[in-house]
Design a protein. Structure first.
Length: 80
């Protein structure tokens, strides 16, 4: 299997939730994922993912939490 081959060429893929993974270059990108524009060895792709994917939370959760923060910040100011 390509995932076990340290010399195989991989691509970095990303889904709609802004989550990253690697996928063998010779296989079609799976449904729900898109090419993130980086290819290389398994080690290079994993290093790239580690560098760019700094917030592991899914995009929908980050948006919900940001909305919650904004709502809470708006309620903290007292009217004068």
């Amino acid at each position: 299997m390509a995932f076990d081959d340290e010399n195989a060429v991989f691509r970095v893929v990303r889904n709609d939730e802004d989550m990253y993974s690697i996928w063998p270059l010779h296989r079609p990108v799976p449904a729900g994922w898109s090419d993130a524009g980086f290819t290389g060895t398994k080690a290079a792709c994993l290093a790239h993912v580690e560098q760019i994917w700094t917030d592991m939370r899914p995009l929908s959760l980050r948006r919900a939490m940001d909305g919650e923060k904004a709502a809470n910040a708006g309620g903290n100011g007292a009217a004068r």
